[in-house]
Design a protein around this ligand. Structure first.
Ligand code: C5P
Length: 408
């Protein structure tokens, strides 16, 4: 059977910036076109000193663009459409100047505005002289971009256009194609067909018929995880407490307001599940005596006696069968990593996800989050601030890769 190329029908936008390595891009365009990709070239003004738009237009079978306006026709090259059209954007060669502009969001040409409008994965193949490459500003910019999720195609070592020898040559077109191909090739999907129990939201512990002890959890992160799991083909059981949004469709969902009710539902469902993702903010205590009538404000002070709630996650981990995987969440206000790792071990978990409460764009009330995934073998993955659905996708991607590697 003929191999289906991962490039077949994929829309790849190549941004070319000024640098001698630009002369290799026509070769890359030929490789990608041969593999069935649609290629759109956007080049900076200075790139035209090294490679002609005509060559690129002929090879890509599309006009190579560099201006916002098509001067002879009066219409414009819509950068937002170009950014959204692409399945993948590659900047090659990416010079030091372009990397700096990307880091700071400087938008002074068509290519930069396309990059800022893009929602697809972005790859950079840097090319520059060795001292420029190792300069702290370049390295800091690269690190910032990588932290934001940009994929780095490392430059290669060898002779440079300056006559010097060292690291800084753009990766060869064949190697760039291979790197992109590995990204586009379908990945093994750990969660396909798996039965996954997800908990979400906060619990409410009643004091009397109208009042309760609760927390700020909105349920958004747990619901985003459930939604992504449904997309990945998992059979999702969702148990949730108090939330501010509706649960996703296409899964079985149950609302359980108290920790006790949540435990009962989780105890019922967990034995038939492959994975548990416990994202709920379960209250640690409940009122010992729940008043049957509304408590009147008679005295100046009111004393409530609280008793500890059962730890749902810990008690489920004690019944865990060999094939079952348990993932917990941690939310700490001090010594975050230390406490998260302590919980990983004490609750006998496979992984724990630490929320970054110190980041104002992460946590309860907001739609964005930043988390770190700690695995029991010491591996860890940081997921930078993004929308909660993107964090959920990145988290499950890393988790799926780790589980595939460690459980097969
Ligand atoms: O111990 P701590 O509450 O910080 O641990 C957080 C993790 O434990 C979360 O995954 C949470 O859902 C779970 N948990 C639980 N039952 C409790 C308290 C927390 O399952 N009573």
């Amino acid at each position: 059977m003929l191999r289906k190329s991962p490039f077949k029908n994929r829309k790849i936008l190549i941004g070319i910036t000024g640098g001698i390595a630009a002369y290799k891009i026509p070769q890359l365009v030929r490789i990608l076109k041969k593999e069935g990709a649609e290629v759109q070239i956007v080049l900076s003004e200075s790139a035209k000193n090294f490679v002609t738009p005509q060559t690129l237009s002929v090879l890509s079978e599309k006009p190579a663009l560099s201006d916002f306006f098509k001067s002879n026709q009066g219409d414009w090259n819509n950068h937002v459409h170009l950014g959204l059209w692409a399945d993948l954007i590659l900047i090659a060669p990416a010079g030091a100047n372009t990397l700096a502009k990307m880091t700071h969001g400087i938008c002074d040409n068509l290519l930069m505005s396309v990059i800022l409008s893009a929602r697809c994965p972005i790859f950079v193949a840097p090319a520059m002289d060795l001292d420029m490459w190792i300069h702290p500003s370049t390295q800091t910019n690269i690190q910032t971009l990588v932290d934001r999720g940009v994929h780095l195609i490392d430059p290669e070592e060898g002779s440079l256009a300056s006559g010097l020898e060292g690291k800084g040559r753009m990766a060869e077109p064949e190697n760039i194609a291979q790197f992109l191909s590995a990204h586009l090739a379908p990945k093994p999907n750990y969660f396909l067909g798996k039965r996954v129990l997800v908990s979400a939201g906060g619990t409410q512990e009643a004091i009397d018929p109208v009042r309760y002890i609760g927390n700020h959890s909105s349920g958004k992160m747990g619901f985003a995880i459930a939604e992504q799991l449904i997309e990945l083909g998992a059979d999702v059981e969702l148990v949730y407490g108090a939330v501010t949004i509706a649960p996703p469709a296409n899964c079985h969902s149950y609302q359980t307001l108290s920790a006790k009710a949540m435990k009962a539902k989780c105890d019922e469902i967990f034995p038939t599940c492959d994975v548990l993702i416990m994202a709920a903010a379960v209250a640690d205590y409940h009122a010992v005596d729940v008043a049957s009538e509304k408590i009147k404000k008679s005295d100046d002070a009111l004393t409530l006696t609280l008793a500890k709630n059962p730890d749902i996650l810990k008690s489920l981990s004690e019944t865990k069968k060999e094939h079952q995987v348990l993932i917990g969440f941690a939310l700490e206000t001090e010594k975050e990593e230390f406490h998260a790792l302590e919980k990983l071990q004490k609750k006998n978990l496979d992984c724990i996800v630490l929320n970054s409460l110190k980041n104002p764009n992460a946590g309860f009330a907001v739609d964005t989050n930043e988390v770190t995934l700690y695995c029991k073998d010491g591996e860890q993955f940081h997921i930078p601030t993004q929308q909660k659905d993107q964090v959920a996708a990145a988290l499950l991607n890393k988790l799926g890769e780790w589980l595939t590697k460690t459980t097969t």
